[in-house]
Design a protein around this ligand. Sequence first.
Ligand SMILES: Cc1cc2ncn([C@H]3O[C@H](COP(=O)(O)O)[C@@H](O)[C@H]3O)c2cc1C
Ligand SMILES: O=C(O)c1cccnc1
Length: 370
Amino acid sequence: MDTTVDLDSFTSLVERPDDAARRAAEDRWLELDKPRGGLGQLEELGSWLASVQGGNRVRALSAPKVLLFAADHGIAALGLSKLPADGGTVRRVHAALDGSAPVAKLARRFGAGLRVIDLAVDADNEEFGFEVSRYRVRRGSGRIDVEDALTAEEATQAFRIGMAIADEEADLGTDLVLLGDLGVGSTAVAAVLIGALCGTDAAAVCGRGSGIDDKTWMVKCAAIRDSLRRARPVLGDQLALLAATGGADFAAITGFLLQAAVRRLPVVLDGVVSAACALIAQRISFRAPEWWRAALLTGEPALAKAYDRLTLTPLHDQQITMGEGLGALLALPLLQAASDALAEEPFVPAPAAPREPAKLPTAAELLGRL
Ligand SMILES: Cc1cc2ncn([C@H]3O[C@H](COP(=O)(O)O)[C@@H](O)[C@H]3O)c2cc1C
Ligand SMILES: O=C(O)c1cccnc1
């Protein structure tokens, strides 16, 4: 694999979504059998889908997929999460894989694929199998309040892996990505990146993450403060920033978001981790955010700041606070509804598995029971 990445190239490689397609969709809304504006915010959402799909026909979404980027973070060793630093991420990855995690149940419900990508979980290489861990960059990451999360080479490698995943998904025909992340301590790392990029202090970006108490919040806040000091000198260099105070998941998501925009693959962002990466990606390509939608606010103060900067408005407000792509996935029915309403070809669901016909009693049998 090439070991360098030309960030400047994204400025020209990322194009704008198709404005003519958006205008055609706006005209089509007016022709449909409904009052003007009758589908409310779904109309703007459908017009956005038209612009990212391009061309003159909106296609009903048929291959949405949740991508969960998983990694451990050295800073979790300070005890700033409700989940254990030792084994918490491993358990969440298993829950996503065995179908018990809420995101896995909902993905089945909504007909979305689910792919878990282990970038740096603190586990043996064999823990989750080849498909999940084939892109693993390292095991865990450095404690960003005192040392770099990654080496420069690892940051570049993770970034390129994210790009490769975007290419794989685009080539597979995935038509919408619901982005998620999984990792103990990740909200602290995201807060550092967003705090650094927005020029705020630690208290303004430190949230409750997995549901921490006041005492733990203070530990987390001090860790974010110390990490912010390490982030500021490298603010002008996105890969150096990802190496110093990010992680392999953050670097991969950033590369993924940019290459997804190059490949015209629309993405729904989830919580504060995807927002931190989106903010970094925006600094690399100012046009890229036009390919993304924000799913929700999770209560993390850093998330609201990031979406403000990105001028993205959350699609729903269900007060989900657990990450793992659940918020992004909950936005899927809205996007499906928008694309179904606008598409000229009706959506044809895959046939359900044949069922045994119900055996109802005959009238004579019923009478016989009386
Ligand atoms: C039972 C439980 C299940 C979870 N699943 C995801 N998270 C969430 O918590 C983590 C981020 O928060 P922090 O930065 O505080 O560690 C992520 O793994 C996120 O998915 C969970 C949290 C809890 C308590
Ligand atoms: O914003 C998030 O992604 C988030 C918030 C709380 C807990 N886990 C994740």
